[in-house]
Design a protein around this ligand. Sequence first.
Ligand code: TLP
Length: 342
Amino acid sequence: MIDLRSDTVTRPTAAMRRAMMEAEVGDDVYGEDPTVNRLERRAAEIAGKEAALFVPSGTMGNTIAVKLHTEPGQEVICDSRAHVLDYELAMVAWFSNCVIRAIPTDDGILSWDAVRRHIRPPGPHWAPTGLIEIENTHNMAGGTVYPLGAIREICAGAHERGLPVHMDGARVFNAATALGVSVKEIVEPVDTVMFCLSKALGAPVGSMLAGPANLIAKGRLLRKRLGGGMRQAGILAAAGLVALDETPAKLGADHSNARFLAEGLARIPGIQADPGKAVTNIVIFNVSGTGFTSAEISARLKQSGILINGINERLMRAVTHYDVDRAACAQALEALAAAVLR
Ligand code: TLP
């Protein structure tokens, strides 16, 4: 199977499996797992933050961050296709008792001007703004990348009004690769950042939440409350450390494969794709001109050993990663061209 459904499907490399087997472990709920401690220090260093917390998933990292920054009854501002809004089972409402103020954007990238216009001060009718959330890269907009200037402007404006900014940086290493800058530079102005080890970086499990030490200490308790106290988690952290060391250098290849896919897709009659927008590892394309729904195309592709999911009836998403090389992408394009023939 050529699996382009997501970069979450990456399997651990031989080096990760070796590191997992040899990992020194302890009880992380007591703070005694040396490998988890090493991963948390390394993640904090990469993000340029005081501390970091190893969490089982990106969803848990975002959930903890929203809770740390907000009071019940507040509003969280984010883009209208944000993962925290559409793909996290309403955790913002369920765990933090906040509502979302969704701002529509073309490409998932918020501007300070748009954010500013939606900030609500305390008043007699509305929920006051408690947090600004930005997603970098933006998944459902097709892996789009925040320009550094936009992040700085949003953070400067928010901070001036006493509002924190959390970055859902599930794929912030892809953003760093696309911009040719360090992750640290990207996340410098944000208060907290969550990034995933288990997506394009290839670790089997885990994400990191980085930020100020006092917040991360509180976050540790929230993680336990959510059932994320993982005991001998050094087994998993060991793979995460290898992912941080080894995989960022491979992301450029994923990005050029995504571009190759987008260029090929744009040549298939009935499919709309914009190669100029494929700047990281996600390609979103419109299949409405083919006369088939995305579900029908997925089913046809599966018969040729290709896995690509729809995100709605018209749009499909292909995500490149290190388990899919250029030849596999070419094969996927051939299968797609055949799948949309009447
Ligand atoms: N994204 C998954 C699905 O949930 C859609 C994927 O296949 O892309 N933030 C962003 C931007 C994400 O894309 C994801 C996962 C998460 C958070 C949540 O991470 P996990 O799956 O570890 O909870």
